[in-house]
Design a protein around this ligand. Structure first.
Ligand SMILES: NC(=O)c1ccc[n+]([C@@H]2O[C@H](COP(=O)([O-])OP(=O)(O)OC[C@H]3O[C@@H](n4cnc5c(N)ncnc54)[C@H](O)[C@@H]3O)[C@@H](O)[C@H]2O)c1
Length: 297
């Protein structure tokens, strides 16, 4: 099965990027939102990003100015928006990128199961929930996968393609080929908590916060150690500020509840405290560091 028509539900931080890379990959894409203002804001982000990309391509002499202009119009023409889920009925693939709230996602997949043609493959971009649970709600477990993109979607090269015990070979192959068409390198993963990247990354971030709590080293030294010792582009505590302390806490709390026997999943007290204080990281101007926009101060 070749994916030609794609629906993306949620046009926020991740969704707008998925809409864009799918359209760049040649698919016709419908972006679905709950309110016109959210849809407008997602589509405006795509416009801005396409313009920036076109400018870079001209600068690098990959395209002439005319070619860049034509490319932007071509990509843009493949994108449409809707507030009505029924518009997704004949999509080959529907990718969900709404809030990280399991009951909301389950209700959405239940509804999609009754709206979409029987061949439609469903994918979730969830960071922490089980794809299998959503597959159950959709009523078509053989056609459910995880497609976990990374932020910012336009730039990050990876997509994790997650299969459950029920995902058919055909659905998996189609989802993987779609990831490649989006310009990403797909990695295959089973339906395990956090898949590959977050399963390794989130406990590592939590451990760094526990080190801070115990006073093993300062936050600056922990960050410098991992940057200089491992060649990482940023240290784990700066990374936690980037991801958002509330998001990080929500992921670990969900795992602790679901997998109480897994020792790698533990909640650092300092994380709870900061979240209670409303210090959520870069987005609120303070987390473990203070921020002015994108800059640590
Ligand atoms: N932010 C990240 O770095 C990141 C990375 C990988 C995966 N994810 C996952 O991607 C998903 C989306 O995250 P985000 O950061 O883009 O969130 P976001 O809040 O930026 O965007 C979510 C969008 O979904 C819309 N929405 C909510 N409910 C909806 C519904 N029922 N129907 C249609 N639209 C709806 C909202 O209006 C909003 O625009 C989450 O599952 C998250 O865990 C996030």
């Amino acid at each position: 099965m070749v994916i030609k028509k794609v629906g993306v539900i949620g046009c926020g931080l991740m969704g707008h990027g998925i809409v864009q890379v799918a359209a760049q990959g040649g698919c016709s894409v419908i972006a679905l939102e709950t309110e016109q203002r959210f849809l407008d804001s997602g589509l405006a982000r795509i416009e801005k990003s396409l313009a920036k990309l076109a400018e870079k391509n001209v600068e690098k002499q990959k395209m002439t100015a005319e070619q860049a202009k034509a490319w932007v119009s071509e990509v843009r023409a493949r994108i449409s928006g809707s507030l009505d889920r029924r518009a997704l009925a004949d999509c080959d693939l529907v990718v969900e990128a709404i809030v990280e709230d399991l009951p909301v996602k389950l209700a959405l997949f239940k509804e999609l199961g009754s709206i979409c043609k029987k061949e439609t493959i469903f994918a979730s971009n969830t960071s922490s929930f089980s794809i299998g649970e959503m597959a159950g709600a959709s009523g078509r477990p053989d056609r459910m996968v995880g497609l976990h993109f990374f932020n910012p979607v336009q730039l990050m090269k990876l997509v994790e393609v997650v299969r459950t015990k029920d995902t058919s070979d055909e659905s998996f192959a189609a989802a993987r080929a779609f990831g490649e068409a989006c310009g990403k390198t797909p990695v295959a993963c089973k339906d395990t908590p956090g898949f590959v990247v977050n399963r390794l990354l989130v406990p590592y971030m939590a451990q760094s916060l526990m080190m801070l709590e115990r006073g093993d080293a300062t936050k600056e030294d922990i960050d410098a150690a991992m940057q200089l010792g491992c060649g990482y582009p940023m240290g784990p505590i700066t990374l936690t500020d980037y991801v958002g302390l509330d998001t990080t806490l929500a992921i670990i709390e969900g795992w602790v509840k679901r997998y109480p026997k897994e020792p790698a999943f533990a909640i650092p007290e300092v994380l709870r405290t900061k979240v209670k204080e409303g210090k959520l990281g870069r987005k609120t101007g303070e987390g473990f560091y203070k921020w002015e926009g994108d800059k640590k101060v």
